[in-house]
Design a protein around this ligand. Structure first.
Ligand code: SF4
Length: 244
């Protein structure tokens, strides 16, 4: 056990099913996308297979300037569920990092959430196709495909087969993080190539002024293309504060 009471990353025996966790926090609100404003508990998992230049959670994966021994802990599913129970929420958001890096380990968590009657959303960059045993336990996929401006190589960030598989679940919303209206043509290409239906655009930004400014810059163009627009409620309320 760490001094702050979190289980140690290295103590993985006798815990039952486990996950590599960055933080469990809430109650708060889902700040983005189709469920914006819904009261929710968050499970932020560690690690990511991408490396976005504007990543707002680098403490889940960027070990050049963060320490995994400090930032991550191996937690049993039972411990995670216990923390969620204390929040008295009807919605759990599993986010990251990239939660799908631990896809097989998600099943016990998702079963525990479903058995309590809570809904669950998984937030992913859409580079992993979902397994059937995961899909059947997820109420909504919040898929955020990364654009060229994220700084990731094309073959790492764009997996059309995975995006099509997520669309085929019938439960996916595709939320593109955009810094500039000039990126909307790239969004359009992905939407067409992969046959994406429920399309959202979200302004990138980790302070309220940037989110509002970029939202205004994007609004008319997004409306004209027939897509949805989301802000970042938690950023408007609390800026870049962690655990909100
Ligand atoms: S996919 Fe998400 S967690 Fe991973 S680097 Fe990009 S923004 Fe950060």
């Amino acid at each position: 056990m760490k001094r702050d009471g979190r289980p140690s990353l290295h103590r993985v025996t006798d815990l039952g099913p486990t996950l590599v966790v960055s933080e469990v926090f809430g109650p708060t609100w889902q700040g983005e996308g189709a469920s914006l404003g819904r009261r929710a508990g968050f499970v932020r998992l560690g690690r990511c297979n991408l490396a976005c230049t504007w990543c707002d959670t680098p403490y889940t994966w960027r070990w050049a300037d963060h320490d995994p021994a400090v930032e991550l802990s191996t937690q049993s599913v039972a411990d995670v569920i216990q923390q969620l129970e204390a929040m008295a929420v009807g919605l759990v958001v599993v986010t990251g990092g990239e939660p799908m890096v631990q896809q097989r380990s998600l099943v016990p968590l998702l079963e525990g959430i479903g058995s309590r009657g809570w809904q669950v959303e998984i937030e992913t960059a859409g580079t992993f196709a979902p397994l059937d045993e995961v899909t059947r336990l997820v109420d909504r996929w919040n898929v955020s495909p990364k654009l060229a401006g994220s700084g990731n190589a094309l073959e790492a960030r764009y997996r059309p087969d995975a995006l099509r598989a997520l669309e085929a679940t019938g439960a996916a919303a595709f939320k593109f993080v955009v810094t500039d209206p000039g990126e909307l043509d790239e969004v359009d290409r992905i939407v067409r190539e992969c046959g994406l239906i429920d399309v959202w655009v979200m302004p990138e930004g980790t302070d309220a002024a940037t989110v509002v400014r970029r939202g205004r810059e994007l609004a008319d163009a997004v409306l004209g293309r027939g897509w949805n627009l989301t802000t970042r409620l938690h950023v408007l309320l609390w800026g870049d504060e962690r655990g909100r």
